[in-house]
Ligand binder design. Structure first.
Ligand SMILES: C[S@@+](CC[C@H](N)C(=O)[O-])C[C@H]1O[C@@H](n2cnc3c(N)ncnc32)[C@H](O)[C@@H]1O
Ligand code: SF4
Length: 383
């Protein structure tokens, strides 16, 4: 398995090193996060009280969800892609039978969801059809991040999903073609695919969202993307920054947008928000990116208790950025659990990159575990 931090040595700070003193300045009571109860937030942990109790007692480390990389091939070439370096390796796809076998056993341990993200484009793999069908038959919730170009091939399967998120990143075919390094005909086909998927929804599912990785080269098209989203019935747009990772600085300039730029751009979009259309924006991602580090206000990360990443070589990784393997698809699940506890205790948080998706979860979990630290600021005792 390639280690993205090693091969991506063009990055400013490949090992995410920084002073340990930075952590000492931080504590749970100096931070706020109002995205908990969003669809993309971690307030959903209240639906897993046994997990919170388990974390406190070190009794329930098995992840609730797993993201899966079906393989390292992609039909797009986004200029910032953080997984582009995996594609310098030979094309490789996951062993579908092993994956299904693992998910079947993992369900008994508490696994509830599978998200297809990974080192390439999940829909570029023919085995997506059989894998997603079998996982659906196991009654495990599924979601996917996709560039959207091949949605029409797998509409029947995707209509069974909890969510489909399309990495659109543009409001016009020209900008999309430039930033995703594809022909201009991809953009209209993606929009057409999404429109058709939405028309064929049953009982309002899947939830369909656009993601917009925002950079100085596309921030001007946020409003156009929102208009398209609303026109065709997309449920939400998630705004995030292009992080200084992957091929940033090789293929595209570093993101120069400031939090003010984001606040203004997202503020201008508020007129499009209503009951049926949401806009998700996590200012902490922009702040942490500009500070070149995550906003850590706690001393321990519980990411693998909540989700692990399964790579195409069968490796199971407890934290992508730290690249800590907790086992593989052959590892006995009891051993995997022990490794998860060990990994969670071993992460050197000083080395966490900016914008980690588990930051919001860690903030919540650490508050639950150490309520005395926030007792006064949050009036937690039902006052
Ligand atoms: C690596 S892709 C894999 C799944 C699929 N091919 C897709 O594009 O959605 C997953 C997500 O990571 C995002 N991403 C990749 N590199 C990024 C970076 N440097 N900054 C911000 N987002 C990035 C992409 O925009 C995409 O939404
Ligand atoms: S579509 Fe996804 S995996 Fe492919 S290049 Fe773009 S971000 Fe990377």
């Amino acid at each position: 398995m390639l280690d993205n931090r090693v091969i991506s040595n063009k990055h400013n700070n490949p090992n995410n090193d920084r002073s340990k003193d930075d952590l000492k300045k931080r504590s749970l009571d100096i931070y706020e996060d109002d995205t908990f109860f969003d669809l993309v937030g971690y307030g959903k942990l209240i639906y897993h009280p046994e997990k919170l109790v388990g974390i406190k007692n070190e009794t329930n480390p098995f992840p609730i969800t797993a993201t899966v990389s079906l393989g390292n091939f992609c039909n797009h070439g986004c200029l910032w892609c953080s997984t582009a370096y995996f594609r310098e390796d030979d094309a490789f796809a996951i062993d579908g039978d092993k994956l299904i076998n693992w998910v079947t056993k993992a369900k008994d341990k508490g696994l509830r969801g599978i998200g297809y993200v990974g080192n390439g484009e999940p829909l570029a793999f023919k085995k997506f059809k059989i894998i997603s069908k079998k996982i659906n038959d196991l009654d495990i919730d599924q979601g996917i991040f996709t560039n959207g170009y091949l949605i029409d091939r797998y509409e029947e399967e995707l209509l069974q999903f909890a969510y489909v998120r399309i990495s659109l990143d543009a409001g016009t075919a020209g900008t999309h073609s430039k930033l995703h390094a594809v022909k201009e005909n991809h953009f209209p086909k993606i929009i057409q695919n999404v429109e058709k998927l939405i028309k064929n929804k049953k009982d309002n599912f899947p939830t369909v969202g656009f993601q917009f990785a925002t950079h100085q080269d596309n921030i001007g098209e946020l409003e156009l993307a929102v208009k398209i989203a609303r026109d065709i019935g997309v449920n939400y747009l998630s705004v995030k920054p292009v992080f200084d990772r992957g091929t940033v600085k090789d293929k595209i300039a570093r993101n120069s947008l400031t939090k003010k730029d984001f606040d203004e751009a997202v503020g201008n979009l508020s007129k499009y928000r209503d009951e049926t259309f949401k806009i998700f924006y996590r200012p902490q991602q922009i702040i942490s990116e500009s500070m070149e580090q995550n906003q850590l206000v706690y001393n321990r990360c519980y990411a693998p208790y909540l989700g692990v990443n399964i790579y195409e070589d069968g490796g199971i990784v407890g934290c992508g950025p730290h690249h800590v393997e907790v086992g593989n698809l052959d590892t006995p699940l009891d051993e995997l659990e022990k490794n998860i506890i060990k990994a969670s205790k071993s992460f050197d948080l000083v080395k966490c990159p900016a914008g980690c998706r588990y930051h919001a979860a860690n903030y919540l979990v650490n508050q639950v575990i150490e309520p005395t630290k926030i007792k006064k600021t949050k009036h937690i005792n039902m006052l």
